[in-house]
Each structure stands twice: as C-alpha cells, then as structure tokens.
Design a protein around this ligand. Sequence first.
Ligand SMILES: [Zn+2]
Length: 241
Amino acid sequence: MQSTSRTVSRLTLLGLPGSGKGTYGSLLSSQLSLPILTASAIMSSKMTPEMREVTKKGNLVPDAWIGGVMKDAVLSSGHKNVDEMVVEGDSSQRGEPAYILDGYPRTEGQALQCLDDWEERIRTDLAVFIDVPKEVVLAKLSGRLVCVECGKGYNDVAVDAGGFDMPTMLPSNGSRSQCDCGGCLRRRDDDTDAGVVEERLRVYERQTKPVIDLFAERGKLYTFTPFRGVADIGKLYEKFE
Ligand SMILES: [Zn+2]
C-alpha cells in the first residue's frame, strides 16, 4: 500500500477573519517548526509609493504584484530550520522550502499562482480551511478584548450553537476589564460595528469561496472544524502525523 503521509510543509490557512486563523497558525507553526508568513505584514513592508497611491484611491492592489511579493518572501524566508542553514545568496542551500501562509491566497487568481505558477519546489501543498460559520465568528468578534499594555487577546463571549461549544477566554484573574499584567482590556472599534463587520465577512466569503473550491478540486484542502475552539487543536495536529 502506498503511504499517504508524505510530509506536508507548505501550507496556507483559509477562513473568515475572526475564525482563529492567527491562533491555530501560531500553534501549528511551533508544532511543525514551520515559519509563518503573514501576507498583510509582508505586503505593507513592500509597498512602493506607487502602490500606496493605488490603495489610497480605493483600488485593489493587483494580484500579479501580490503574487510576486509573496513568492519573494517564500524564497527568502520560507524555509525549514532557517536559522541553522542560512547561506547567503543561495536559497537552495537554506533547507527545504517550507511555510505557513496567512492571508494569501485571497482570490482565485492568487491561488493559481501558488498552485501552478511558482516553481514546483515552493508550491503550496495544502490549504487548511478553518471552518467556523459566520454566525459563530460574529459572536466571537463581539467578545474580543485586547490588553492595551501587553497586547494579549481575550474573549468574553461564549458560543454554544450549531455544534460549537466555545468557552470564554478571560484573564486568570477572571476580570473582563483588566489583564493579568494589570493593563486595561479594550474592544477594537472595527469589531463592535456590526454593519461593518458583516460587510467585511460578506466580501471575504465571496472572495474566498472560489479559493476553497480550487484547493478542493486539486485534492489539497483539509477542513478543520474547531467545535470546541483551541481545545480541538489535537485534531489538527493528527492530520500532520
Ligand atoms: Zn496585559
């Protein structure tokens, strides 16, 4: 029998904003020793003045530019054990290309880049779809709290619906207003305006649906449904054993 457990080392995370992509991504990153490449951070560091003009006018940054920037990031920092094997100027000597992408690909055009256009050795092996429905995300976003001092995130809304059973995540002092470090807890303005949040989710769903479908067609989609939130992380790790 052929083994199906070929090592998967080039991943992307898909899921609605608020689905916990960041949390599951950083847990997977330490579990699998893969670097996380966060698209928003990479892109804002590479924005040229021309690109800033484009976005200032409310236009979208072209897929071709995004794909180029992400490919460069993968080639320069997306490697396993990068610290041990850095050889300047020769990325082929830096160990196996490996990464967890967060926030890319976001459109079908971008998905075709990392599935087909990039060199074979850096193409994306698998998309992990964090399957949390819009209703659950909305409830969770409304409970999101951030410490103004240390930046730690909490959540004071528990969800018990549609099979989901996610407890609150409060500081160990049990407070909804004060972090364990003593800092104040605040909600983000853009989380509390329900209209804005819903619109953001709608746009995202419309854009991401074809990306999910494409990875599924290629047999490269793994759907992770965290019914119990972070307590289910073991189910995700099992996929990579
Ligand atoms: Zn704090």
